[in-house]
Design a protein around this ligand. Sequence first.
Ligand SMILES: CC(C)(COP(=O)(O)OP(=O)(O)OC[C@H]1O[C@@H](n2cnc3c(N)ncnc32)[C@H](O)[C@@H]1OP(=O)(O)O)[C@@H](O)C(=O)NCCC(=O)NCCS
Length: 166
Amino acid sequence: MSTLLSPPSPAPAAALEAHFAPMTPERLDAVLAVEQSAYSHPWSRGNFRDSLAAGHQAQCLLAGDELLGYFVAMLGHREVHLLNITVAPVHQRQGWALVMLDALALWSRARQAEWLWLEVRASNTRAQQVYLRHGFARVGLRKGYYPDGHGLREDAVVMNLRLEPA
Ligand SMILES: CC(C)(COP(=O)(O)OP(=O)(O)OC[C@H]1O[C@@H](n2cnc3c(N)ncnc32)[C@H](O)[C@@H]1OP(=O)(O)O)[C@@H](O)C(=O)NCCC(=O)NCCS
C-alpha cells in the first residue's frame, strides 16, 4: 500500500498527502502515543505486539513522518475482522477514517473476503456514524463486551459490511 492518498473532497483546510506503511515494532512508540490520546481504554503495547506476531494486517497512515492513524485487522475464512482503527485526534474529521476503511475493504476483497466485521462501544456514536456512512450495518449487540472501569461493563454494537467480489 504505497499509493499517495488524499481524503475525499472537499479537501480539509490543510490538505495533506498520505501513504500507507506497515505497522512495525519500530513504529509502536508513535502508535502508542496516538492510541493513548484517542481512547479512554487504549490498547497496550502488548496488544499491538501480539497482533503483529499473529500476522494481522496492520497499516499506518503517514503524512511524511507524521502518524495520522492506523488500523489492525484479522483475516478469517472469507471474512475480515477490524480490531482497531484510530485517527490521531488532531487529524480527526478530515476523512482519514474513510480512507483507511476503503483501503481495508480493497485489501479484504483481494483476499476473497465477503464480509467485514467490527465491534464498537455502544457509547461511541461518532465511530458508529463513520461506519454507517461507509456502508456498515448494525447487526447485533454483545452485552457487557468491554470493560468500562470501576468493575462495570459496556455493550458492543456489532456491525458488518458486505463486500462485493473483487
Ligand atoms: C472514529 C474515528 C476513527 C473516525 O475518524 P475520522 O478520521 O475522524 O473520520 P472521518 O473524518 O473519516 O469521518 C468522516 C467524517 O469526516 C467528514 N469528511 C470527510 N472528508 C472530509 C474532508 N475532506 N474534510 C472535512 N471533513 C471530511 C465526513 O463528512 C464525515 O463527517 P462527520 O464528522 O459529520 O461524520 C476517530 O474519531 C477516532 O480515531 N476515534 C477514537 C478511536 C475510536 O473510537 N476508534 C473506533 C473504535 S471502534
